[in-house]
Ligand binder design. Structure first.
Ligand SMILES: Cc1cc2nc3c(=O)[nH]c(=O)nc-3n(C[C@H](O)[C@H](O)[C@H](O)COP(=O)(O)OP(=O)(O)OC[C@H]3O[C@@H](n4cnc5c(N)ncnc54)[C@H](O)[C@@H]3O)c2cc1C
Length: 460
């Protein structure tokens, strides 16, 4: 079976001389300008300062009042926005992506949206229809960034389902999905048929308004995936809270029936699995097996998970069992097991199974590269790596230089749209930003070396 994978996955082969551990010592920083490194160091230092993250939105409003929106906007553009966001216009995004490409990195565009509409303007179908238009434009932009028309399978984009369907509806459906016994009303097949045919789907436990919103949401999802498929863009659906995830997975399963079928040659729709949840390994094993048996292609973005504090707080408030792993070490073990499962699955199934190792964790990345070599999986085949724009460049650059497929998750949009989104993401990822200590040390080291004029570092 391994041979099948080798034969089917063309492109670069693993290094013949043995496994070369990627070097994350900051050597790859030689590819970046001094200005970029200085900004990265300053911004990562700022983000490690808890009050900035906690009171980010208030500080932004305060600086606007004090400095005026022009000056405060310019400051943000030169700092946080410039570090983590590709820009506002298609030209700015294209410029940022071109720069990444020269460094051996690929774009994974993400439309920044908030999962909880927080103002009256954002409620109702209009807000979701606006998000749909933004996502269709994002598909076009992702496609437009491709330089070599032949290699269409490489284009990936993130998709947040709660930008197209309300969290309220997702919570309602989740409570039904969780009930014991199969609900035929909510089977992936039935949802897939409704999406494909555009026919009305009446779900007995939803009221008229909820049914209408479900119908509109299914139609939006169908339109995004249809367009993405036509443009050869693979959609990576984000995982969110456990109160929503069962519905998100159900919708992905419904989309997979149509778009990951053998005639489509996918996977065009991937799901995200969060290793910090206790039940993730079992779900991943079950879903991978089910896709295999159904003859469907299977795509996975494997992450640790971003909503730890909120999940625990919610479980505490509701008096239910904490769904997350007890500590960081347990999450690491879970990630490692899920990774091993998926790597074996890819080796077994070949290019009908894809995996993104979406992590900044050096140990996880090292494990993936080592096992890829042992399992004879090509470097730029069905496994890729993902990191956030502006984070852990020492990992991304080293992987890209070694020939692995590396994507940077890139939010884009205006300052007004993106800053609240960034601040909320920073609040969810406090531990990650605090943990960027090693990156800050490597950046300082490289800047000191340049300032003291200690010759060029020999690139690996
Ligand atoms: C390309 C990309 C896409 C992403 N998409 C999603 C997504 O769809 N959904 C999503 O939820 N997240 C997503 N994330 C974020 C991801 O889940 C992590 O929050 C982030 O990447 C940090 O984890 P790490 O593996 O990079 O690094 P590390 O710094 O090694 O791990 C930090 C993570 O470990 C876990 N952790 C920390 N402390 C504890 C503790 N005490 N107990 C238990 N676990 C702990 C948490 O998950 C924390 O985020 C994405 C990240 C990337 C790079």
């Amino acid at each position: 079976m391994l041979r099948t994978c080798r034969a089917l996955c063309s492109q670069a082969s693993p290094s013949p001389g043995g496994w070369q551990p990627p070097n994350f010592d900051g050597g790859a920083f030689h590819l970046k300008g001094t200005g970029e490194l200085t900004r990265a160091l300053l911004v990562l230092r700022l983000c490690a300062w808890p009050p900035l993250v906690t009171h980010g939105l208030a500080l932004q409003a305060w600086s606007q009042r004090l400095l005026g929106s022009r000056l405060s906007g310019a400051l943000l553009r030169a700092s946080i926005y410039g570090q983590f966001v590709a820009g506002e216009t298609a030209e700015e995004v294209t410029g940022c992506v071109q720069q990444l490409k020269t460094l051996g990195l690929r774009p994974l565009l993400a439309v920044p949206t908030e999962e909880e509409p927080d103002s009256a303007v954002k409620t109702g179908e209009a807000w979701y229809e606006g998000n749909l238009r933004a996502m269709l434009r994002c598909v076009d932009l992702s496609r437009g960034l491709l330089e070599t028309p032949g290699r269409t399978g490489d284009i990936l984009m993130q998709l947040k389902i709660t930008a197209l369907a309300s969290t309220q509806l997702c919570k309602e459906l989740t409570s039904w999905v969780r009930r014991p016994g199969d609900s035929l009303e909510l089977s992936p097949k039935r949802l897939a048929e409704a999406m494909d045919s555009g026919r009305d789907l009446q779900v007995s436990f939803l009221n008229t308004e909820q049914n209408r919103h479900l119908q509109a949401s299914l139609s939006r999802l169908h339109r995004v995936v249809q367009h993405a498929r036509a443009q050869h863009v693979r959609l990576l659906v984000d995982a969110e809270y456990t109160s929503l995830n069962p519905t998100l997975s159900l919708l992905v399963a419904a989309l997979a029936v149509r778009w990951n079928s053998p005639r489509e040659g996918g996977p065009w729709v991937w799901n995200t699995y969060q290793a910090y949840l206790k039940d993730t390994y079992e779900r991943l094993r079950r879903d991978a097996g089910a896709a295999d048996r159904a003859g469907l292609a299977f795509g996975v973005k494997l992450v640790r998970g971003a909503y730890l504090d909120k999940e625990r707080e919610l479980a505490r408030l509701q008096g239910t069992e904490d769904p997350t792993q007890p500590d960081y070490e347990a999450t690491n073990q879970s990630y490692s097991r899920c990774l091993e499962l998926m790597l074996n699955h890819v080796a077994h199934r070949g290019p009908t199974c894809h995996l993104m190792v979406a992590s900044h964790n050096e140990e996880s990345v090292r494990q993936a590269t080592k096992r890829m070599w042992e399992l004879d999986i090509p470097l730029d085949g069905p496994i890729c790596f993902g990191q956030l724009l502006g984070m852990c460049d020492h990992v991304s650059l080293a992987l890209g230089q070694a020939g692995y497929a590396v994507y940077k998750s890139i939010p884009y949009g205006s300052l007004e749209e993106v800053i609240p989104y960034l601040i909320r993401r920073a609040q969810e990822n406090r531990s990650v930003l605090r943990g960027a200590r090693r990156e800050r040390e490597l950046l300082s080291q490289e800047l000191r070396r340049r300032l003291l004029g200690r010759g060029l570092r020999v690139p690996h």
